[in-house]
Write a new protein. Sequence first.
Length: 676
Amino acid sequence: MSLLETNQIVYSKHKEEGWLPATVESAQEVGGDRSAVLRLESGDRVHLKGLSSDDDKWCLADQQSLLGTDDMVKMDALTEGSVLHNLRVRYRDYTIYTAVGSILVAVNPYQPLPRLYDEARMRVYSAAATDATPPPHPYHLMELAYRGLVSDRASQSILISGESGAGKTETTKYLLQYLSVRAGDGGSGGSVGVAEAVVQQNPVMEAFANAKTSRNNNSSRFGKYIKVELGGEGGVCGGHVTTYLLEKMRVVQQLPGERNYHVFYQLCAGANAAAREELGLEGGAESFALLTGGGCTAIRGVDDAAGYRLLQKCLGSLGLGEEARESLVRVLAAVLHLGNINFDPLEIRGQDAGSSIAGGLADVTLQHAARLLGVPPEKLVTSLTVALIGNAADGASGAGGGGGGRNSNFSVSVPLNVEAARAARDAVAKAIYAAAFSWLVGKLTLPRCAVCSAYGDSSSDTQFIGILDIFGFEAFGTNSLEQLLINYANERLQQQFNFFVFKLEEQEFQAEGLSAVYVDECRVEWTDNSEILSLLEAKPMGLLSLLNEEATLKNGTSENLVKRYRQGFDGAPCFCNRMPVRGGATLDEAIFGVRHFAGEVYYTVTGFVEKNRDAVPVALADLVLDSSDRFVSQIVLYCTVLYCARPGELWGTTTDACRELLPHDILFEFVRFCAA
Ligand SMILES: Nc1ncnc2c1ncn2[C@@H]1O[C@H](COP(=O)(O)OP(=O)(O)OP(=O)(O)O)[C@@H](O)[C@H]1O
């Protein structure tokens, strides 16, 4: 039998279009050498030579995919060409949602689509008969989750996955919007409902934790897991939002074309004249080093001043009083001024003697930073330019106290050179911002159901619907530790997906004597990513373990780390040790690659160890804890700086935070959702 048959419809690989339908015009086999001529719809011909059965130049075309089917489980030939062409055909009519059984695939339209998310559309899904299959839509997904919860009294989770800019956060909003209406979540006594409150939190969360990246003007730089708790009658009774892994580095560094967090630009554009004067913002966003690193302060079509007004309104309606809001913006302005502090090298009698603040004690930006942080300027100067080393510097600040009061045994003051002083400045700016964000998230906590609060989530009377919206897989021109952790999280999610969609199925098939998973007699191919995960998380010899270990070594460096990677993983199937060649030039020694499930990514190891330590110099941590501004000391005490001031506990924080990303209850509920 010939490999291809004349007049057969197949998909032909295309450089720009991915896959295009084509008719086999002729196919032949001469002396074991197979060739074919395919005719595309445009009339162009593709000549294929030396064909084999696992050829990547063509693939089988499913008949239904040629016209577009709403559920790809119905396809006989579930090939890459069929899947992609099916999505393309539907997208031509702006049909952006397609089902694959209980999975919903969304194609980002990058434009508002009329009547796709209105109340009439909601009614279609809430009124649909149990055995009906209405068009694929996030509302349908939520309806299934809701019905599953009500009928089985079982919690449900929806996992949203996709690369940066794919539309995860937008989809989360539609899911919540539907649940809010469906579960009659109207709140009580004039208060907003839980799902509605989550929607109202969005502008706040987005202002503080979203930013313009090269992929997405409003990219979430954190992960969130939203739990909406429902009582016996299926009505919303509480909720909870957990956030993960805010990208702190962005506060002090942005890639070309990217911005810092929206809130800074909103504040600069939206604060009134009196506030601008009080906060020292008269020069606007352009006057701050932390806001201009990416060379971009405005986003076309985005009104930052309007964003600021909306933010203030949302903060107010979520219960944050005027005083708290003012304190919050003072902290933001303080971070901006901290970022403008510069250092000069200091020499005493021709000898390197550390660094000094450019402009000295009278420097306006130093004065602003000190005033807004509620610390004496001269102490800020000392803490930025001198490090304390010794027992006293290694201990933690007294918990619950306002800092100070250390039981010092001994400490030595070491002057910091310009580079180290900049690092100290950046560390405290990041820590203060992260502390403000964590504090804010804590403040925005939703009303919790009394039963869930009292008994955790194990109560049999109350179930929840969980929505996990995390950062998508990332592969930029330059990738750092943030990308490695984000991609690690996505590998873990992919593993869950593989396990419950394919592996369990495969075990069942094997028990029945079949060697692979088949859908309607069509063999389903899938790639197991456990080797990649083992490369990342194996103990003691995984990429993350070695990173944690290197960070605990006094002389640990990122240069040393990459050497250990190269030696330790040479020849490992998912590790790229070779120098990849791009445009003829070999890449830097500091780069290593990982073959992720979604593709190969090269990481620049520079700064890995420092980022993982994430240490704030003790003197600076103490200083802000001692702030005369109650709000500053409160938020700092609340979380990050206090935590960061304990080197022994700190190491490994970043990776541990990532590991926490998938607490068991999410996985457990995701399993149940997939299995249902
Ligand atoms: N269903 C949709 N309809 C219209 N526009 C959409 C839709 N989904 C996404 N978009 C557009 O795409 C942009 C990016 O979407 P979104 O922020 O949800 O991506 P994401 O996957 O969450 O990205 P990241 O991982 O970077 O946070 C949105 O700002 C919006 O303009």
